[in-house]
Design a protein around this ligand. Structure first.
Ligand SMILES: [Zn+2]
Ligand SMILES: [Zn+2]
Length: 392
């Protein structure tokens, strides 16, 4: 078992990589620069590298040539389409793109793990696959689904993944037994009617008031239709209609989109059916037509309790029981790591990156988000020790 302080020599590298990725964020499936740097580093440490597959995915393979387990460790590489507002020397130089979900940190930590293990192969058995995946944030189908369909991870026995969590202080590791994150669907709606003059709505089909009725009804699905003991959430998150300042024009169409999350396939199907029924009836009442497209994005992320137990105990041995928490409730967010967890016994966990003294307090996907880099060697140590335990 290694101690966090034993990894101090890897910290400078990880911070340098992280700040470089942070300055040069790339969106999903466009991670050409990032994946190129990752592949070059892995090759320079003598690892077998699989690249130019599944768009921008890169997998480093450490093959000990000794019989044993195959362990996969995953990091995501993509950034978000939003402006970086932080005042730091490594602020994004790519306009409209920002690493505000910490994937630059995930990529750098996995590089740190790969570098350490390539330099300390004595005692290792089996194989380690370092999975650098594109497009966790989309676009569909996302990186994890493509990599799983490719078959390159078919021999993996156990999969490990982790994600920064800005609500927890640096130094904390947070695990969750069984179901951890919800399944996620994204839906888009277009309602069409007869446009016309705002003074003569009786000669039109008012798509705006129709959409408002629909959205009010959609917001009642979870509270009125779903068993209260079954978690679910539905949010309409965008809406577009008409031209700005065209204050006397009833538009011909309106579009809106949103997402819903559940932990139950029956609930999921009920929500889809109900959205369609609401649209059909309200649009019919108002002489409008509609298009409804629903896209299933992510399955439920379900951890293997056996693997969680190992990660939890290793984390306690590495950083002390005061720093390891067990999450009680499911998080209604979703993650494409779920595609690994449905096929491979997995543990996905959070690590704290919050530090008031360094102004690392903004939440995920916020333009001021920043992670406390002191967290990096902590999670590096926990994952390396987990791997050493798993191959015992
Ligand atoms: Zn995110
Ligand atoms: Zn993320």
């Amino acid at each position: 078992m290694i101690k966090v302080k034993d990894l101090k020599q890897y910290e400078t590298d990880m911070i340098t990589w992280r700040r470089d990725f942070h300055m040069h964020p790339e969106k999903g499936f466009d991670e050409v620069r990032t994946s190129g740097i990752v592949a070059d580093l892995l090759e320079s440490w003598g690892l077998e590298v699989v690249k130019n597959f599944c768009m921008t995915a890169v997998i480093g393979i450490l093959d000990t040539k000794k019989p044993g387990k195959v362990i996969g460790i995953r990091a995501d590489m993509d950034a978000l389409s939003m402006q970086d507002q932080k005042d730091v020397s490594y602020r994004s130089i790519n306009a409209g793109l920002c690493h505000s979900c910490g994937h630059d940190g995930h990529t750098s930590i996995l590089l740190g793990i790969a570098k350490y293990l390539s330099e300390h192969q004595e005692g290792l058995t089996g194989k380690v696959k370092f999975v650098f995946q594109p497009a966790e944030e989309g676009p569909p189908p996302g990186g994890a689904k493509l990599i799983m369909q490719n078959g390159i991870l078919d021999d993996v026995d156990i999969m490990i993944g982790s994600h920064i969590h800005p609500s927890y202080k640096t130094g904390k590791i947070i695990v969750k037994y069984d179901e951890m994150l919800a399944s996620g669907d994204f839906f888009d709606v277009i309602i069409t009617g007869k446009g016309g003059h705002g003074a003569y709505p009786h000669e039109c089909n008012d798509v705006i008031s129709t959409a408002l009725l629909v959205i009010t009804a959609l917001n009642n699905i979870i509270s009125r239709e779903i068993d209260t003991v079954k978690p679910g959430v539905l949010s309409v998150c965008n809406i577009q209609a008409g031209e700005a300042k065209a204050n006397n024009v009833i538009p011909q169409s309106i579009s809106f989109g949103g997402t819903f999350r559940t932990l139950d396939e029956g609930v999921r199907e009920h929500i889809i059916d109900k959205i369609d029924k609401i649209l059909k009836n309200i649009c019919s009442m108002n002489n409008c037509t509609y298009e409804f497209n629903n896209q299933f994005m992510f399955p439920i992320l379900r951890n293997s309790n056996e693997v969680v137990e190992i990660v939890k105990n290793v984390a306690i041995d590495t950083i002390g029981s005061d720093n390891v928490e067990v999450m009680e409730n499911v998080d209604m967010g979703c993650e494409d790591f779920a595609y690994y967890s449905t096929k491979i016994p997995s543990c996905y966990f959070y690590f704290g990156v919050r530090n008031e003294a360094k102004n690392c307090t903004a939440t995920f996907h916020h333009p001021d988000f920043n992670m406390d880099e002191d967290s990096m060697i902590i999670v590096q140590a926990v994952i390396i020790n987990t791997l050493l335990k798993l191959i015992e």
